[in-house]
Design a protein around this ligand. Structure first.
Ligand SMILES: NC(=O)c1ccc[n+]([C@@H]2O[C@H](COP(=O)([O-])OP(=O)(O)OC[C@H]3O[C@@H](n4cnc5c(N)ncnc54)[C@H](OP(=O)(O)O)[C@@H]3O)[C@@H](O)[C@H]2O)c1
Length: 303
């Protein structure tokens, strides 16, 4: 099962550029930097603390105008992760930089970070990547268009574009334990509603495995092995912390952002066999239980 690791270790060093150096990309970039890769990325707003905290070079890209000095910053890039959600004008990276990216001499691999919203509501059924996407939300429709735009931008080139449909991301710094301690954890009660999660480091592992086994146009469900209700995760985290879980809030009366409401309106379980059979990945955190326990252990060790 660790075959991909050997393949990855034998890969030549690369140069990763992340459009949207957020939660997922920053963790991945740090792992690759430890392997002596060159890493850099973009954020919308840059201040000294962002630069100093991580020492990963960060460049400004607001999605509203081209990135300055793009040709120079991207010249040696071999791998790109696109982590910026599409907006009303489509994918902002392709909008301003498609021609720049197609002209890069060393680019080999692109990972587009998408969402299971492209499948639409499946009323709790299990969805495999081969099933036809059928987005019901604006968010899902924009994502599907962006997935297709990224793949077709590199059709017929030597660059391999993969699509990763990420379930609910959690990890150190973004998780139910910290929400409970901060008093911000909520249980949204919608009977029958479940979804998968994914630990941020399992995402990194899956992306690296794909770099070792590129497959142009391939989509991957990036999820753990247990879809469940949001309350299950919060209650488990509360148990770990010996705290009382919050009182459930009925979905119909919950104050939710439009994005959260569209998220909870749909229900699906993700089939995760492809990341295992095709990419050879063994999840370090097959359910939220292993993930949260590890996060708590690390928090306690650091305290
Ligand atoms: N969170 C989840 O559970 C989840 C689930 C499925 C899919 N996704 C998607 O997967 C990707 C990675 O998720 P994540 O949670 O790691 O992302 P994240 O932490 O929110 O990071 C997103 C990055 O994109 C940048 N960005 C956002 N909107 C932008 C815009 N309009 N123009 C330019 N830059 C923009 C952000 O800039 P700043 O750093 O300046 O904010 C940030 O660096 C995202 O596309 C997300 O939508 C997330």
């Amino acid at each position: 099962m660790l075959g991909w690791m050997n393949e990855f270790n034998s890969l030549p060093k690369g140069s990763l550029f992340c459009f949207g150096l957020g939660f997922t990309c920053a963790r991945l970039a740090r792992r690759l930097r430890e392997r002596s890769w060159t890493v850099a990325g973009t954020r919308r707003h840059i201040d000294r603390s962002v630069q100093d905290a991580d020492s990963i070079p960060v460049h400004a890209f607001t999605g509203l105008a081209p990135m300055e000095r793009a040709a120079q910053l991207l010249a040696d890039v071999t791998h790109i992760v696109a982590s910026i959600p599409p907006g009303e004008y489509g994918d902002p990276i392709l909008r301003f930089h498609e021609a720049d990216l197609r002209a890069l001499p060393n680019l080999k691999w692109v990972g587009y970070l998408s969402t299971p919203a492209v499948y639409g509501d499946r009323q709790g059924a299990t969805v495999h990547e081969d099933e036809q996407p059928n987005p019901g939300s604006v968010r899902g429709k924009r994502r599907l268009a962006a997935e297709r735009a990224w793949v077709s931008a590199f059709d017929g080139t030597g660059v391999s574009v993969q699509v990763f449909r990420l379930s609910g991301i959690y990890g150190p710094g973004r998780n139910a334990l910290e929400q409970l301690r901060a008093g911000t954890a909520r249980i949204i009660d919608k009977p029958g509603q479940v979804f998968n999660r994914i630990h941020v480091d399992d995402i990194g592992t899956i992306l690296m495995a794909s770099m070792a086994r590129p497959a142009h146009g391939r989509s991957y469900n990036v999820a753990d092995d247990e879809a469940c209700a949001s309350g299950d995760v919060i209650r488990y985290a509360a148990e770990l912390l010996s705290m009382e879980p919050p009182v459930p809030i009925p979905y119909d009366s919950a104050e939710l952002s439009p994005m959260a409401r569209s998220f909870y309106a749909e229900c699906k379980r993700l089939d995760t066999s492809r990341i295992k059979t095709e990419l050879g990945v063994e999840l370090a955190y097959p359910t939220y239980r292993e993930g949260l326990r590890r996060i708590l252990d690390d928090m306690e060790a650091a305290a």
